[in-house]
Design a protein around this ligand. Sequence first.
Ligand code: ADP
Ligand code: ZN
Length: 638
Amino acid sequence: MERKSQLTLWYWLGLIALLIGMQYYLFGSQVATIPYSDFKTLLVAGKVHQATIGPSSISAQIDIQGAKALLPAEEYKRIAATPALEGADTRRIVTDRVDDPQLTAELQAAHVRYSGTAENPWLRMLLGWVVPIGLLVLLWGWVMRRGAGGGSGLMMGVGQSRAKLYVESKTAVRFADVAGIDEAKQELEEVVQFLRNPERVRGLGGKIPKGVLIVGAPGTGKTLLAKAVAGEAGVPFLSISGSEFVEMFVGVGAARVRDLFAQAQQRAPCIIFIDELDALGKARGISGLSGNDEREQTLNQLLVQMDGFDSQNGVIILAATNRPEILDPALLRPGRFDRHVAIDRPDIKGREAILRVHAKNVVLSPAVDLAIVAAKTPGFAGADLANIVNEAALHAARANKKAVEPEDFDEAIDRVVAGLEKRNRVMNPKEKETVAYHEAGHALVAENRPHADRVSKISIIPRGIGALGYTQQLPTEDRYLLKRSELLDRLDVLLGGRVAEELVYGDVSTGAQDDLQRATDMARHMVTQYGMSERLGQVAFDAVRGGAFLSVPQTPQTVSYSEETARIIDEEVGRLIKDAHDRVAQTLTAHRAGLEALARLLLTQEVVDRAALDALLRTQTASAEALGAAGAQDAAAA
Ligand code: ADP
Ligand code: ZN
């Protein structure tokens, strides 16, 4: 940025110099101005060869020898100093025209070739005034833009995204530079294949997504991944940030969108990358008081453009956001950003891989084990890890070391952690343990409920805002109807995390807030909408609420039942939750050893997949059976 603005400064200084030069050339000492009387003297003496008579001035070609003989010495010098234009012994001069009726007669008498000219006053005005003023306005606009921190682009040509659109014809980034997020890479491989060879994919009847939304926390490598897709496919990468679309002036953003897509069509096949899509695509109507007209117009334009073009042409739009929940649902409809790729913070193996990528160009001492560095950096995103390698190298360089030592990494981790802690992104070991028990609780309950979805992955790596860990369950089939028994099992799984914390610590944390909210909502739905409470019977009370993806504030609904009923509903909801709580406590007490083992595994590996969970559960049952057998033997011996 610093360097760029300096360049711009030089550009302006150069322009101004050019302007002054132009003035000088046109009106300056190129041609000497002499008094009218002197001009007449020369004319009468026959020293004028040619004259052009304008409305306010006369330009003439005079004999330099005549000037020497007839004019004052310093005036002759001035004239002689001007460049010879038409011949070595003549000079061109200018004189202000005086109202002189005899002039033409005298010109005639002296046999001078003369002509009149309208002396285009417009051109003179244009060059002398309009151009400099125009340049000044531009300069002013530039200064204003800098002052406002890149505010309005009005002065630089409304609607041209060129100023802020970054085109990289060929990015050097490859998939090999992106580590630790293999699933996301795999999902985008298809896009690469298409861009490389659109004909073939089209021939096979393959359907290519128009828009892919990359979702992930800041610094997890969304931009990097998008660039790598362009790099692998060898196509241009057009990138713009959502926040840059939205300008002060209504209509500018929409014009930019149009321009962007027009440019993309020209360069196809290519990739459009929109960073911070949420800045532009926030759901309409949740921005509060002043509806942001400009943003809405821009968003609408984006939707129109996306609908209007055909991905078969080879333009694919990638967008990144870390807040998918606030996006306008219209953006996520089929034919728009209907494909989603999630990037999680990397697990311990992923972190090691990322460290390896960034340590490629750093000399490491043999004592450095990147696996250990990875183990010390839970919750770090790719950008944080890149930062660590960089800091460690700097630290080593400051101490004049030949290679980066483990201490340098420790120092770097401390520094980066200090920075991250301010932003609340690192867990302390105690918190990590709590999260491990919590997630292990969810998972074990899910494993012990016949109607619950199977656990596919458990993680204690913070994901997004709010969630500290997560247990992923994959439904075995798509469901549209749920039985009461299934809902009850789901309720149990939701409570599993909190109950595990209770059992282990005799205390609970705030980490279960979201679980409780969801459990309560589910219980309430069971009572009020699905008629699943014996006490209230098959009655639906609340109107169905909309908005699955968005939490658009709902207008308070009119309650259509008595206070007595409301009290019973609350009691029934409470009872459902309490019963679930008791069932879960029983399950987890019975499987306490498994809970401990799973939590320990989570603490060391951070992510436990299905296979590892199966292995753990098998050893648990085996040891339980062994214990049981031992108990039986004891009993027999007694
Ligand atoms: P985001 O767009 O998600 O905020 P970036 O893609 O800008 O993150 O990542 C910033 C930098 O962090 C990258 O330029 C790269 O050096 C590093 N980085 C992030 N994720 C990874 C990764 N998975 N592998 C390698 N480097 C990464
Ligand atoms: Zn939970």
